[in-house]
Write a protein that binds this ligand. Structure first.
Ligand code: NDP
Length: 479
């Protein structure tokens, strides 16, 4: 029989748990109804096991779990009310999950997995505010953890390079790195995963995937969603921290990494860390490599959107950007000289969620062909899951006048939501689709310089009306 994995959700009545984490597990249980899983929830809100079971029934079925499967998981679940920044609270949580009493670390009373344990590993999932996660990790240093404990940590991992390093050092005292899963759900997106096959299983692209043939790359996630009541989180984060520092740099790593010899957690994450280490700001520094803006009042479809600074809970003095763009270069033999632009924004009228590879023009256009020669582009949609190859063809009215033709295809429909895909790995104890500690630090290193320049006011805050496209002079790859 497959060993039962015990998933402990710290922050079990929080927003992430309800909206993404448990529905993600629901989608996984739809695909694998027999998966051996026990869930233990913990939060500081009082709740009975039965009430937690009802929360599980609702969220797991919403994610797609069959009723009977959700019932099995709900009936086996337990809930512990605890403050997870307190070691004694954490001992109670871990003890409930492991089915044994858990002692103080170093007391000689080893934590073992006991009666409630089905022999699988124990995952402590930190679905907590980041500052609480840091304090919970400090408190865990005083708790004797079972050997097979894995830690799943939500983004943001740290606040800058220094705090990410400090957190990594703390986490390293708890469990080995291979048992730490820093969650970035973009790594579970089917189109992001498709980059692996696209790049490493197609000679067509392998041959041209370098500065020799590629002129520029854009990785964008422009959303029409505005703040949607999330000022408490977003006003402290902004577009750069929320999207570019984490998700888009992970996509960059897959687009630009050297081909790994094997698709294993070690090789893939080595290649990720190597390419991020080689990544630096384009040109002279943040003043030329970055832009920031925030939306003013406008209309998106039939919705009237107030100016960002007038949204509930926003502190205008914080100068939070809702649109950010950073251009970087991967300074290595394959990519030197290719600008790679990362961009994300909210309340935009034109939503572009894609990777655009723009190829260089042919070196010589034969006489007789009438230009201009449209630029060839490969567009990999991150949502919706489409791929387009925009290539130059003969014109329809004049066969010697050049035109662009677009070959578009919809990619396979993902069986699992991104969270479900990432969670599968975590519950299996496989860290491949999560972020390694050194890569998390590198992502902050790349962004810290920009954040410091923005805080110092050397990059102006621009404005765009809600519902407008990205300002034209930002140079988006597609109209
Ligand atoms: P919440 O603010 O909803 O907090 C999560 C839960 O943790 C709450 O129920 C909160 O209880 C509880 N909590 C806070 N302090 C303690 C404590 N000392 N002991 C026990 N429980 C405590 O956060 P989110 O769910 O929004 O986010 C969780 C993590 O996920 C964050 O790191 C966030 O950045 C990340 N994330 C969130 C996303 C989202 O859409 N929400 C998306 C992607 C990532 P209380 O309500 O009483 O404070």
């Amino acid at each position: 029989m497959t060993p039962t994995c015990t998933l402990v959700i710290l922050g079990a009545s929080g927003d992430l748990t309800e909206r993404l984490l448990l529905p993600g597990i629901g989608s996984l249980l739809e695909r694998e109804p027999d998966r051996a899983l026990r869930i233990v929830g913990s939060d500081r809100a009082p709740m009975t096991d039965g009430e937690f079971g009802q929360l599980l029934m609702r969220t797991l079925t919403a994610g797609g779990a069959p009723e009977a499967v959700a019932r099995r998981i709900a009936d086996g679940a337990a809930y512990v009310c605890a403050d997870v920044t307190d070691p004694s609270g954490l001992r109670e949580v871990v003890g409930t999950a492991a089915g044994c009493a858990v002692g103080r670390r170093g007391s000689g009373r080893r934590a073992h997995q006991g009666a409630a344990d089905g022999g699988g590993h124990l995952v402590l999932y930190f679905a907590l505010p980041p500052a609480v996660t840091e304090r919970a990790c400090a408190a865990l240093q005083e708790v004797d953890l079972p050997d097979r404990t894995h830690l799943a940590m939500e983004k943001p991992f740290g606040r800058d390079e220094a705090s990410a390093r400090e957190l990594n050092e703390r986490v390293a005292t708890l469990v080995p790195e291979a048992q730490v899963h820093r969650v970035d759900h973009f790594l579970g997106k089917s189109t992001v995963l498709d980059l692996i096959a696209l790049r490493f299983a197609n000679r067509l692209f392998q041959a041209v995937w370098s500065a020799e043939h590629i002129e520029s790359i854009e990785i964008a996630y422009d959303e029409s969603l505005a703040l949607e009541g999330r000022a408490g989180y977003y006003d402290h984060a902004g577009a750069l921290r929320d999207m570019i520092q984490s998700h888009l740099l992970q996509v960059l790593a897959l687009v630009a990494m050297e081909p790994p010899a094997r698709i294993t957690d070690r090789d893939l994450r080595d290649a990720t860390a190597t390419v991020l280490r080689a990544t630096r700001l384009w040109g002279g520094g943040p003043e030329t490599a970055s832009r920031r803006a925030r939306y003013t009042a406008g209309q998106i479809g039939d919705r009237q959107v107030p100016a960002y600074v007038d949204e509930d809970g926003v502190d205008p003095g914080r100068e939070t950007e809702t649109l950010a763009q950073v251009t970087v270069e991967v300074a290595n033999p394959r990519w030197a000289g290719v600008p790679i632009t990362l961009r994300s924004g909210k309340a935009l009228g034109v939503t572009r969620k894609h990777v655009v590879i723009t190829f260089a023009d042919v070196r010589h256009l034969p006489d007789g062909l009438t230009g201009p020669d449209p630029q060839d582009q490969l567009v990999i949609g991150l949502s919706p899951d489409v791929m387009e190859l925009r290539i130059t063809t003969n014109g329809t009215s004049d066969p010697l006048a050049l035109e662009q033709s677009v070959f578009a295809t919809t990619l396979r429909e993902a069986e699992l939501e991104a969270y479900g895909e990432v969670l599968t790995g975590i519950l299996d104890g496989d860290p491949m689709l999560t972020v390694r500690g050194d890569a998390a630090e590198e992502c902050w290193r790349i962004c810290d310089e920009v954040l410091a320049a923005w805080a110092g006011g050397t990059v102006p805050m621009e404005e765009y009306p809600a519902g407008a496209a990205v300002p034209r002079d930002w140079g988006a790859a597609l109209d």
